[in-house]
Ligand binder design. Sequence first.
Ligand SMILES: Cc1ncc(COP(=O)(O)O)c(C=O)c1O
Length: 390
Amino acid sequence: MSEPWRDDFPALADGMVYLDSAATTLKPQPVIDAVRWFLEGGTAAVHRAVHAKSVAATDRFEATREALARWFGADTDEVVFSRGATEAINLVRRGLPSLGHVAVTVMEHHSNFVPWMDVPRCDRISVDTDGNVNEQELKESLAAGAQLVAVTHQSNVLGAVTDLRMISELVQKQNAALLVDAAQSASHDPPQLHDLKLDFIACSAHKMLGPSGAGALIVDRKWYPKMRPSLLGGHMVEQVHLDGWTMQSPPHSFEAGTPAIESVIGWGAAVNYLQQLGPDAIADRLATLTDYLLQRLGAIPGLNLVGPVSGRRGPLAAFHLEGMEATAVARIVSQRDQICVRSGYHCAQPLHEHLSMAPTVRASLQLYNNEQDIDRFCSVLDSVAKIACM
Ligand SMILES: Cc1ncc(COP(=O)(O)O)c(C=O)c1O
């Protein structure tokens, strides 16, 4: 796979090297065009009116639901729109208020950690330095009655990819539920709802080449009767009387209020764009780039990578540079050569605590990156490392 699509990303025209796609991805032209279509001429409320504008906007909005269902191996009515992965996870937490026992891994993003902390029993399942989930602890938690396991598909710090099939089998044996945070993997390795027998998948549009402000909870429909909507108001109701109301059928019953219409429409264009390139081709390209990044970083003196260095891993690398604070490194590479990387705890402070790890610098890749981006980053880092060693 070469990289003719770099031209599709106008943000790259200013010459920067963007290595922060784990935080948010750049947007290709078709996404910008779709948002522009809505903002310029297509503006109308969705689902409400019978006029042509509303019908056209609703068609495009609902087409995104269909595209997402295909992307995650689900049915269209199993896609609930939210404002992002964080809200999707909270929809489950608030939707199942009587949960008494859950299990989460210690490598979760805060968005898949904090919402579970107020469950009466929340088991923190440990991981090793490569991000392998402790199977024994998970089995013990399930045997002790954990009703739901919430786990990331790909760590946004270690790059580790979770063995979802193994976890799903353990969870099914105990009749528990499995929620997968796919925020990091959704663009190139979307977990398949029914194939993997998952119960919930959370994702965000802005990490899949789409706009921010939109996300989704993909739900096995068997959960709908057990879940209560956490937001009440317009659209989620069917009838409202002076003394009561009835609910629409799901997924609409979980989508109160006017949604982020232009973001959802833009997201549809993003998923179509990804689909045209093909998830396998994207994953292959990212794997090649990731290997190259790890190899180049590994050759820099005083640079210590975290996470697995071989085997399946996500398209990112986090590291420490001896003698330098992570934020100083990120600032220097930005100032010297317009290179965008992230530094800090990456919203995964419990993982850092668990591994007694200082904040890291993180470089993350997407399909618009190439080997020259990595070379540019590593050559600046190399000079920074030499100064740090002096
Ligand atoms: C693994 C993971 N989960 C959840 C989130 C939260 O996503 P959002 O802020 O789009 O809701 C992120 C964002 O960085 C993430 O990396």
